[in-house]
Design a protein around this ligand. Structure first.
Ligand SMILES: [Zn+2]
Length: 284
């Protein structure tokens, strides 16, 4: 046998990893404004190890370079609006330069992974322990999938007890978890959607959820919403509520590689990419 013959442990190419990613997070599930694709890198390059992270921020690029991976897959895109240069005069431009110099490809799966079967929304619902889940905001491409989930807790509990359960399930970051509503009220039917959830407040109410777990809720949408009653609100951080889906994506990539008779190693970044580094209680 030639030493150059394909073997069971032959690595994948960047193109093959992108294809596996598209099977896990189908492009047709993308929101119209979104970007889910290979952002930089040569499709023909070889990939042994992929680093998964929520954000393609400099700290994640540092981790990719220091750990020697050949590819990074993030949830968020690096560029979403029009860009007319990638010179190394901005953090994003420097990230592109550093990735190319290090021979590291970057791809992302954003709303495609939010919506996907077994994706971000399902991961968050599972972390809360929801059962018999349905979709909160169905995708026009496939109404059986979409953004957010609604489901039942194993048994009714107080909002406080649910908040404690959610706080334990989420990874740690400085802001923690905020609770809106009567902590002693009994709740059993819960809507979840990782990341910014302002736009889904009405959908959570129409679903008759007792509680809506999301992130990035602003003052006026949240206070106006709570003035009309349930669902009560649990507000985690954007990073924490979306980080939970990375393990599932890593497992899907490894399984996709195995189906092709290939080996792919994954690692999930634990770098916290929320903007906030410290929380102080206010008042005297
Ligand atoms: Zn997000």
């Amino acid at each position: 046998m030639s030493t150059t013959a394909p073997s069971e442990s032959a690595p994948l190419t960047v193109a093959a990893v992108v294809e596996i990613l598209r099977q896990a997070a189908p492009p047709e599930l993308a929101e119209s404004w979104d970007s889910n694709q290979l952002i930089c890198g040569d499709p023909a390059d070889v990939v042994h190890t992929v680093l998964l992270a929520v954000d393609p921020l400099p700290a994640v690029i540092d981790e990719a370079i220091s750990t020697g991976v050949e590819m990074v897959i993030t949830h968020h895109p690096l560029f979403l609006r029009g860009t007319d240069h990638v010179s190394a005069t901005t953090a994003k431009g420097r990230s592109v330069h550093r990735l190319i110099r290090a021979g590291i490809a970057l791809a992302n799966a954003h709303t495609t992974w939010d919506c996907a079967a077994g994706g971000n929304a399902d991961a968050l619902a599972a972390a809360v322990g929801l059962t018999s889940t349905t979709v909160l905001s169905p995708s026009s491409a496939d109404p059986s999938l979409g953004i957010g989930r609604v489901g039942h807790l194993p048994q009714p509990m107080t909002l406080r007890a649910l908040a404690e359960r959610v706080a334990t399930a989420l990874p740690d970051s400085a802001p923690g978890l905020l609770v809106g509503g009567d902590p002693e009220a009994e709740v059993s039917f819960v809507a979840v959607s990782g990341g910014s959830g302002d736009s889904l407040l009405d959908a959570a109410r129409q679903a008759r959820a007792d509680v809506f777990l999301t992130a990035d809720l602003r003052h006026h949408p949240a206070t106006d919403h709570l003035a009309d009653g349930r669902p009560y609100l649990l507000c985690g951080t954007h990073w924490a509520t979306e980080w939970l889906g990375l393990d599932a994506l890593a497992a899907r990539l490894e399984a996709g590689a195995a189906q092709r008779g290939r080996t792919l190693t994954t690692r999930v970044s634990t770098v916290v990419t929320d903007p906030w580094t410290l929380r102080l209680s206010t008042g005297s």
